[in-house]
Design a protein around this ligand. Structure first.
Ligand code: UD1
Length: 424
């Protein structure tokens, strides 16, 4: 959803070698389902390390509509869900954030009823929710799909069920967990998503009294409990922001110390960066230092996969970096249909990329050249910023509302690392 960031631009004078340290923000993709999970709790939950993002603001607006009391102090958000007044999520709030579908499992779990609009498509192409709905139907939820709305009822309560996902969808796994924690009986999720954000959501719910085992593996068991209490929780570091900053450092052949990180969550990214010629060191278990040589080499073929594989969310930034490497990199996008929208903008910055279906072939060039470009989506926007840091001259990146959905401090962090960047 466009906001004041619609008319703002990032002005980046490329070519400065980055160096220094940054502290990672909390993970957007953990904070959002946990905020939804707070709907299930009777009392006040406090979420620490909750990043200041427009998507988090949108989630808080949904919570307020339901009757929760939300407030923020620094990076901590308090949510009091003692008295809910509505099970209806207004269409404009659903549209603001596609991942608002994760509220469905939580609202139906707490209220026995939920009305919301169909999330529809987004910048990455069609975003179906068939797996979410099939699972909830199996758990006894009656779902009517009419005029773009979903009207869901489980007035006699939700029943635990054995669910096998045909694809390990992150959002579907989260929705099933949220619906199952207060359901009657036991729910099994087979072929569950194994992303770190699933573990983080489960850890939060367990602190509130939920009984969940197996989160982070392909099979999750949830034993329903009548009521969840409240808890305090610290959101895990954002692994996609970590990968973004590593790509930014590498594209300027610079170096970076990432503080408050979890190297296990980026275990698919580190070997790629090492393969191209970067050195990566771990300190004190939560700090990563990356230093890049001048003559980095293309890594060959990178295929996006579900966790713990190469994440689709890092494909755009890695493609910006690959545009400056010696040799050819082939990207195979297997998760989303429409995840090469940044390519046309990278071409304007001098990259040499051709697309054939779900494959992008990137021929490295010596240096990118500055241009005025438009962010196409959240990570696509981050890829353009990454590319502009290398480009010869002054680039302007617009449509910043995409970037503001997921990066709390992008320009401040890059400036602290020595980039010539400002928002106008
Ligand atoms: C989450 C992340 C997103 C990331 C994605 C994949 C959040 C808020 N977003 O999105 O940043 O890119 O995981 O790692 O956590 N699918 C279906 N039917 C469904 C559900 C999904 O066909 O019911 C398909 C999707 O179209 C897509 C694939 O499954 O092709 C992956 O989607 P999913 O894992 O559900 O991603 P999200 O939870 O939407």
């Amino acid at each position: 959803m466009a906001n004041s960031a619609e008319s703002q631009k990032l002005v980046i004078c490329g070519g400065r070698r980055l160096g220094g340290e940054v502290t990672l923000q909390g993970a957007k993709n953990s904070a959002l389902p946990i905020l939804a999970g707070a709907v299930l709790c009777n009392g006040e939950c406090v979420l620490h390390n909750c990043p200041r993002l427009s998507d988090v603001d949108a989630a808080c607006r949904i919570l307020s509509c339901l009757g929760c009391k939300c407030s923020r102090s620094g990076n901590s958000v308090s949510i009091n869900s003692s008295e809910l007044v509505s099970f209806d999520v207004p269409g404009d709030l659903m549209k603001e954030m596609r991942s608002s579908i994760v509220f469905l499992g939580a609202i139906i779990g707490r209220m026995g009823r939920c009305k919301l609009s169909f999330p529809g498509g987004c910048e990455l192409g069609p975003r179906p929710i068939d797996l979410h709905l099939a699972a909830l139907r199996k758990m006894g939820v009656d779902i009517k799909e009419e005029h773009g709305f979903l009207d869901c009822r489980a007035e006699k309560g939700i029943q635990g069920a054995a669910i096998s996902l045909t694809f390990p969808s992150v959002g579907a796994t989260e929705n099933i967990i949220l619906a199952a924690v207060t359901a009657k009986g036991i729910t099994e999720i087979h072929n569950a998503a194994r992303e770190p954000e699933i573990i983080d959501l489960s850890e939060f719910l367990k602190k509130c009294g939920a009984k969940i085992t197996g989160a982070g593996s392909g099979t999750i068991y949830i034993e329903g409990t009548a009521k969840l209490l409240s808890a305090e929780h610290e959101v895990i570091p954002d692994r996609i922001v970590a990968a973004t900053y590593m790509c930014c450092a590498a594209i300027t052949r610079g170096e970076i110390m990432l503080k408050k990180t979890n190297y296990r969550h980026i275990s698919a990214i580190i070997p790629i960066l090492e393969q191209i010629g970067c050195k990566v060191y771990l300190y004190d278990n939560d700090k990563l230092f990356l230093t890049a040589r001048k003559d980095l080499k293309a890594p060959g073929t990178l295929r996006t996969m579900v966790y713990p594989g190469f994440p689709t969310d890092t494909q755009p930034m890695m493609m910006a970096l690959a545009s400056t490497l010696d040799g050819t990199t082939v990207f195979v996008e297997t998760i989303f249909d429409n995840r090469f929208r940044h390519v046309s903008e990278l071409l304007r910055l001098g990259a040499k990329i051709s697309i054939e279906g779900s494959v992008a072939i990137v021929e490295g060039v010596k240096r990118l050249s500055a241009a005025d470009v438009d962010s196409t989506d959240l990570r696509g926007g981050a890829a353009l910023v990454t590319a502009a840091l290398n480009a010869d001259g002054v680039s302007k990146v617009s449509n910043l509302y995409h970037i503001d959905r997921g990066y709390a401090d992008l320009e401040a962090d890059l400036k602290a690392l020595g980039a010539d960047i400002k928002r106008i």
